[in-house]
Design a binder for this molecule. Structure first.
Ligand code: FAD
Length: 490
């Protein structure tokens, strides 16, 4: 991937088959699907790839155990199938993860085990391993910090885990490998219509202000929680369909909470799910589903969310979490699609994806989840082909390897508390289009998620590498380091 080459293509090439707006899981998935079918596709993302919700997930590739409890079998079955396909297509980023649901009453283990055996059965040939009921000792052996009082045992089942931002960056790399174009820091400012039909968009390079008109036979709106803004570029009076729901996580050192098995509490004090998940030598503890009205580009955890996470984690784990134990925090906004007459909480809103084709041909997609991005892409590209009368082509992504440009680490890590080396930062600058220290440390590597203090400590080295490779002007180096450090405040 090279941004200058990409911008030249945007300037010179006429008439794309498909223009995709939004470079999160949904947009990148659609770009990969379209490019691998052989369509001429360009994607524009106004920030960095997956800067929004798609780098802020719980990092699970899962069927969704809680949707099973809601009886949504087709959703769970579809997601379990996608989980299996992702294991095959991105084995470098996806791994199996055992989970324990602790039981505190006699009926809980048989109740959870019955549901989870059904979950295994729904996964069919793409299942991971079978669900087992654990005695108290075995549950404590898997998660030594589980509070032993009241604990009767637990149920162990399997799901998948991945690195969300790395998958997004690797998807962008794979889009380019298949002849598609995906560019960061290019914003869609307006849609272009001719004779009542959308024929492209006016976009701008947010780094220089240069404006381009991009002509395309079909435009896909994959802007996540910003979906309604794009829909209103098309139809100013369009009814909103997005209901944003915030989720937050805190990140602790694995030494503080040693566990290789994840903990899931299906019902906390207020009914929300709580996860504690080992990930890249850390533990992520988080929850989802706080309805929010304000849709921010860089949402931060609310103080009450952090309090809720700590309080509930301490109910189940024998730990006392203080501010100094927290290595980082992050929050994301789930782009749920609201039903026509929305009254209930976002937790009761459909988790399936939703595709709408407007009278002028704008194809909007929202909802779903990371795990199901491939199926969402298949469906939306099918609709785009129909809507724009493109020659229908066969979807190729069921067995399409996701490639990576990230090399193995060489030499000493840049910081004792981080796994990343200079050769990885340099390779990402050469091949993965980071334009800032944050791009390199939040999404090409996951340093800011793993440990904000350590990420801050290596900011100078990363800035020097960006200057040496001509990405960052030397005159802006010090200000960039300061801005990056300021952005880390939790
Ligand atoms: C807290 C939390 C935890 C989650 N955990 C999981 C999980 O464990 N597993 C799972 O499967 N799913 C999970 N999800 C769901 C999953 O993360 C989302 O469904 C998915 O990331 C949404 O991707 P998206 O591409 O639709 O949206 P986004 O990632 O938000 O991408 C939309 C992009 O559009 C861009 N954009 C907006 N307007 C414009 C414009 N005018 N021009 C150009 N670009 C524009 C934005 O900058 C943004 O990058 C979680 C969600 C949350 C909130």
């Amino acid at each position: 991937m090279n941004r200058e080459t990409g911008l030249d293509r945007l300037r010179s090439e006429e008439n794309w088959d498909i223009l995709i707006i939004g470079g999160g899981a949904t947009g990148l998935g659609a770009a990969l699907d379209a490019a691998s079918r052989g369509h001429r596709v360009a994607l524009v993302e106004r920030e960095d790839f997956c800067q929004g919700t798609s780098s802020r997930s719980t990092k699970l590739v899962h069927g969704g155990v809680r949707y099973l409890a809601q009886g949504n079998l087709s959703l769970v079955k579809g997601a379990l199938r996608e989980r299996g396909l992702l294991f095959n297509n991105a084995p470098h980023l996806v791994n199996p993860l055992p989970f324990i649901i602790p039981s505190h009453h006699w009926w809980q283990a048989p109740y959870f085990a019955t549901g989870l055996k059904f979950y295994d059965w729904l996964a069919g040939d793409l299942g991971i391993d079978r669900t087992r009921v654990l005695a108290k000792e075995a549950a404590l052996e898997a998660i030594p910090k589980l509070k032993p009082d009241r604990l009767r045992g637990g149920v162990k089942y399997w799901d998948g885990q991945f690195d969300d931002a790395r998958l997004a960056i690797d998807m962008a790399t794979t889009v380019w490998k298949h002849g598609g174009l995906a560019l960061n820091y290019v914003c869609a400012d307006e849609l272009v219509k001719e004779n009542g039909r959308i024929t492209g968009a006016v976009c701008s390079d947010t780094k220089t202000g240069e404006s381009f008109r991009i002509n395309a036979r079909c435009v896909i709106n994959a802007t996540g929680v910003f979906n309604d803004s794009l829909r209103r570029f098309d139809q100013p009076t369009a009814n909103p369909i997005i209901k944003a729901s915030q989720g937050a996580h805190i990140v602790l050192d694995r030494a503080f909470l040693p566990m290789d098995t994840a903990l899931i509490v299906p019902k906390t004090t207020d009914g929300r799910v709580l996860f504690a998940i080992p990930w890249l030598n850390r533990v992520l503890i988080g929850t989802t589903d706080t309805p929010v009205d304000a849709i921010e580009r860089d949402p931060r955890p609310l103080p009450e969310e952090i309090e809720f996470i700590i309080e509930n984690a301490e109910n189940y784990l024998d730990v006392a979490i203080s501010e100094s134990d927290i290595k980082s925090v992050y929050a994301g906004l789930r782009p749920l699609v609201s039903p026509k007459s929305s009254t209930g909480s976002t937790a009761s809103i459909s988790r399936d994806h939703y595709i709408e084709v407007s009278p002028s041909g704008l194809v909007s997609i929202a909802g779903g989840k990371w795990t199901t991005y491939r199926k969402m892409a298949e469906d939306v590209v099918n609709r785009a082909e129909q809507s724009a009368d493109l020659t229908p082509r066969r979807c190729m992504t069921r067995a399409l390897p996701i490639e990576t440009a990230q090399p193995r680490p060489e030499g000493a890590p840049l910081h004792p508390d981080l796994p990343y080396t200079l050769n990885q930062i340099e390779a990402s600058i050469d091949k993965e289009m980071p334009l800032s220290i944050e791009d390199a440390l939040a999404r090409r590597t996951r340093a800011t998620v793993l440990d904000q203090a350590a990420a801050s400590a290596i900011a100078d080295t990363v800035a020097d590498a960006l200057v040496a490779k001509g990405v960052l002007p030397a005159t802006e180096r010090d200000a960039s380091v300061s801005a990056f450090r300021a952005s880390l405040s939790t």
